[in-house]
Design a protein around this ligand. Sequence first.
Ligand code: ADP
Ligand code: MG
Length: 256
Amino acid sequence: MTTNLPMIEVSNLGKNYGSVKVLSGVNLSIQKSEVVCILGPSGSGKSTLLRSMALLETYQEGAIYIEGELLGFKEAGGKRRPATAKETSYTRRNVGFVFQQFNLWPHLNALSNVALPLMLARSLSRSAAEKKAIEMLERVGLASHAKSYPSRLSGGQQQRVAIARALAPDPHIMLFDEPTSALDPELVGEVLQVMKSLAREGMTMAVVTHEMGFAAQMADQIVFLDGGKLVSKAPPEEFFRESTNPRIQQFLSNFT
Ligand code: ADP
Ligand code: MG
């Protein structure tokens, strides 16, 4: 099937926590193989937007479509009801998520951290899951650390294991929420390197990051959030050189 359907379509998205509105009127479309970097000040709603695209959060207004499927709801006769876990499992499996704090299971070694979700979510046998897990660890340069527990790995290595874990079920989309923000500066490069090779292989990616070099080099679009609203959407050349929005200029001045 050939189609120009976006991989992710966010349409007039609104989200609140109780009475607090944290996202409103967000529109964003991500095409296959695009890399979109999401920038913005702390508290602007970046994580909430990204987490909503992985159904780690629910939303109240608008719609998110993943490969054309409405995320989180079923619609019939103009009415909406929340989708069941079963109804969303296919879509959720096709979205990989990488957290700032890695979120590895501390009591499992690197191999099992990658293999376990394959056994649980994909019903692979242990041997098939471990075979796939080794391939994934090779891909992030960590096959030799398969038996290491997270506590014996550097932050950069732990994050690479987390990326291998997210990649193992062959997601169509990868979402990264500040994947290098918890790392010592000398460990940032090895994680960005893995992300760059993924992007070059054509993975569709949305990345919340403060790594301006990565954004400038890899992004097809840069979106800027402020106060829960998407205030700019532009290719990097335009975003970095031509933005006249004072909020963006103020934000960027922190990095120069
Ligand atoms: P960012 O990732 O850009 O720093 P977040 O998406 O984490 O921003 O947060 C956006 C806003 O939503 C902030 O004001 C934050 O305090 C609020 N928020 C985030 N998570 C919750 C939550 N679970 N409950 C209530 N408010 C939240
Ligand atoms: Mg955040």
